[in-house]
Design a binder for this molecule. Structure first.
Ligand SMILES: Cc1cc2nc3c(=O)[nH]c(=O)nc-3n(C[C@H](O)[C@H](O)[C@H](O)COP(=O)(O)OP(=O)(O)OC[C@H]3O[C@@H](n4cnc5c(N)ncnc54)[C@H](O)[C@@H]3O)c2cc1C
Ligand code: FES
Length: 251
């Protein structure tokens, strides 16, 4: 983990509430793996306080791609970043990452949660594995990483709640269409992860989930990000995760 001041190369609105921030990061670009995240400082003042966690969505040469949704004051401030600005960053963070075992991988992302899987998908493909992305959002305008999927040439299945793009319905439906030899990795809103966890018990899939609990420190100190395991012990998502096997956490 390094504490760095990274230079903004580009910060553009994609669609819906999602932006793409490109950061020049030669110091860490080669060590970042799928599932890693950064704690970025979103304000030079104490308002709002603290850093915000973001998955590294892709690595292109010496650049890191961060796909972010504007949800509150911190992410709103991020939209003001201009090329040449500097952003303080802790990372890469996350000790337990995804499982590369198996030849067939189904990667299920809800909304901007897809950014927690995208780099992992590239790594798997470089290893010669079969990869299918399943990408769901409220409506077509919120499928903001669709261009990324197309540019990268991945196979994908789309879902929207209102049927404005892809299939109408929820990403969870897809589990029954893929045999249990497909390893499933997921990232997205908790209700989606919960539904996948329940369904995977029926379908027999091995499911890994990258959790995005709210984080204050990002490196194991504040206990702000804990989840419970089945025995009732707390696990720090930032330090023991962010990736867990579905049955290792309770929610
Ligand atoms: C490991 C990890 C990776 C992440 N990767 C990404 C990513 O790649 N792209 C992305 O857009 N976001 C990602 N997030 C979520 C991101 O950290 C939050 O959206 C961000 O911190 C919000 O900051 P804010 O100041 O704009 O919002 P705040 O003002 O802090 O909060 C605004 C609203 O968003 C809710 N909120 C804030 N953080 C979270 C969260 N973690 N989960 C659910 N609701 C939350 C709050 O409850 C509140 O309702 C990730 C989070 C974690 C822990
Ligand atoms: S965010 Fe502080 S312990 Fe995880």
């Amino acid at each position: 983990m390094k504490d760095l001041s990274l230079i903004v190369k580009e910060n553009e609105h994609l669609s819906g509430k999602t932006w793409l921030l490109r950061l020049e990061a030669p110091q860490i670009a080669q060590e970042v793996r799928g599932g890693h995240f950064l704690m970025l400082e979103v304000s030079k003042t104490y308002d709002p306080m603290g850093r915000r966690a973001f998955a590294v969505g892709d690595v292109r040469g010496e650049e890191l791609l961060i796909f972010y949704d504007v949800v509150g004051r911190g992410t709103k401030l991020m939209t003001e970043l201009k090329p040449g600005d500097r952003v303080s960053s802790f990372g890469p963070l996350g000790k337990r990452l995804f499982d590369y075992e198996g030849d067939k991988h189904l990667l299920i992302g809800g909304g901007v949660g897809l950014a927690g899987l995208s780099l992992f998908g590239k790594e798997l493909r470089n290893m010669g594995k079969e990869v299918v992305f399943v990408y769901g959002a409220r409506s077509a305008q919120y499928l903001s990483m669709l261009d990324w999927l197309r540019e990268e040439g991945f196979k994908y299945i789309l879902f929207t709640d209102d049927g404005s793009a892809g299939r109408k319905g929820f990403v969870t439906e897809v589990l029954k269409e893929f045999g249990s030899e497909w390893k499933v990795s997921a990232c997205g809103p908790k209700p989606m992860l919960k539904a996948l966890k329940n369904l995977s018990k029926e379908t027999g899939h091995t499911l890994y989930m990258s959790l995005e609990e709210r984080m204050a420190c990002g490196w194991g100190v504040c206990l702000g990000c804990v989840v419970k395991d089945p025995e009732g012990y707390y696990r720090r998502v930032c330090y023991e995760g962010p990736v867990f096997k579905a049955q290792e956490v309770v929610f």
